[in-house]
Design a protein around this ligand. Structure first.
Ligand code: FES
Length: 118
């Protein structure tokens, strides 16, 4: 069966724009990996909710439309993220839906890996 995709756009702290084909049902960390988008240190724990390097900032309207609210585990990890905002989520916990066509998210400056310096 054919997988549906939507386009999602990431903006990094230097203003670079990356556009990605996001498969519905994947999470936003998968999308970044599958599209070979190079963001330093992003997704260090490979989506196991053990870091906060997949921190993404949504626009308020988009954030409000996200189908799932963050779990306590995600919120605990987000607390450790650098530059936390009210519309922050961890990319590995956000599942792509059909409604995300054209979504724009920011990748905040400064990655802090909750696992500490390696
Ligand atoms: Fe580590 Fe998302 S990749 S919490």
């Amino acid at each position: 069966q054919k997988k549906e995709t939507v386009s999602v756009h990431f903006t990094d702290s230097e203003g670079n724009q990356y556009s990605a084909n996001a498969k519905v049902g994947d999470n936003l960390l998968d999308v970044i990996i599958e599209n070979d988008i190079e963001i330093d240190g992003f997704g260090a724990c490979e989506g196991t909710l053990a870091c906060s390097t997949c921190h993404l900032i949504f626009k308020q309207a988009d954030y409000d439309k996200l189908p799932e609210t963050p779990t306590d585990e995600e919120l605990d990890m987000l607390d450790l993220a650098y530059g936390l905002t009210d519309t922050s989520r961890l990319g590995c916990q956000v599942i792509v839906t059909k409604d995300m066509e054209g979504l724009q998210v920011s990748v905040p400056a400064g990655v802090s890996d909750a696992r500490g310096p390696s």
